[in-house]
Ligand binder design. Structure first.
Ligand code: PEP
Length: 281
């Protein structure tokens, strides 16, 4: 007896479809920190947009965002709107409070009004320099989400943490604490930024970034389920440059970069955003 499957059998019992590969749009984000006044910011974004236009950059394929100081946001927003530029706008921090007697703070509603799409929360320079706890970072992330923005939640270990606990333990703990403040339907980005790699010229190895990226995605899977884990972008940050971006972007659990120093040089930042041209080199 010939027991090979007939075409009729195949139609009745189609083979299970292979799981579709997960596609996340990479994000290249430039954190300017306390650099550039509003005039310098306008000039920078114009040059960046020209550079990417010359290179026929596809913003749908690789998203590009800049995170200027608060005082530049209105000027950059006006430029982006007037010239219909596809660069996304981000802020470097946000108050956890909606309004009130909080001298020096900027609310999520104020940022949203400027078409701000992203907000960095929990950068190590704020955790360390301004004593922000995981709880505060979580409340800031929640304020951003409630106002309709996407927090970029920064996590990362110090050199001492790395020595004592390995690379992933502290980032995992920090992300878990922040998630406790966010509703189940919140959209966010996670940025793994080892503190010792920021501004040091000593980036994490791609293997280490991937190890922690995977551990963070495992947290997302455990806490939020497959859909959120598969859709959420995990960035690497810490001494990223055009020379090393491709090695990070080859890692399955790294979906972009949070770039500090190199985001202040137009040509360099533009090259980083164009990493698809040099992946595989
Ligand atoms: C940062 O501050 O987020 C950062 C990654 O800085 P750098 O790229 O300069 O290391």
């Amino acid at each position: 007896m010939n027991d090979a499957a007939t075409p009729t059998d195949a139609a009745a019992h189609p083979a299970p479809a292979a799981a579709a590969p997960v596609k996340r749009t990479p994000l290249i984000a430039g954190n300017w920190k306390m650099h550039f006044d509003h005039l310098q910011a306008i000039a920078f974004v114009q040059k960046l947009a020209w550079s990417l236009k010359d290179a026929q950059h596809n913003y749908g394929e690789v998203e590009v965002a800049v995170f200027p100081p608060f005082t530049d946001l209105r000027s950059v927003q006006t430029l982006l709107t007037a010239d219909k530029l596809a660069v996304a706008l981000g802020a470097q921090d946000v108050s956890p409070h909606a309004s009130g007697a909080f001298t020096g703070d900027i609310s999520a509603a104020m940022l949203k009004k400027l078409d701000t799409k992203y907000v960095i929360v929990g950068h190590s320079e704020r955790r360390g320099g301004h004593g922000e706890s995981d709880e505060t970072v979580g409340l800031k992330a929640r304020a951003a989400v409630d106002a309709g923005m996407i927090p970029v939640i920064c996590v990362g270990e110090t050199a001492e943490d790395l020595e004592a606990h390995g690379a992933a333990a502290i980032p995992v703990q920090q992300l878990t604490a922040v998630l406790a403040q966010l509703t189940a339907d919140a959209t966010f980005v996670v940025a793994y930024e080892p503190v010792w790699a920021i501004g040091s010229g000593e980036p994490a190895t791609p293997a280490q970034a991937e190890e922690v990226g995977k551990a963070l995605r495992d947290v997302l899977r455990a806490e939020r389920g497959d859909d959120v884990a598969n859709a959420t972008r995990v960035l690497y940050g810490g001494s990223v440059a055009s020379q090393n971006i491709a090695s990070y972007m080859k890692q399955p659990n790294i979906d972009g970069a949070l770039v500090g120093g190199a985001s202040l040089k137009v040509d360099e930042f533009s090259r980083i955003a164009q990493f698809t041209k040099h992946v595989g080199v």
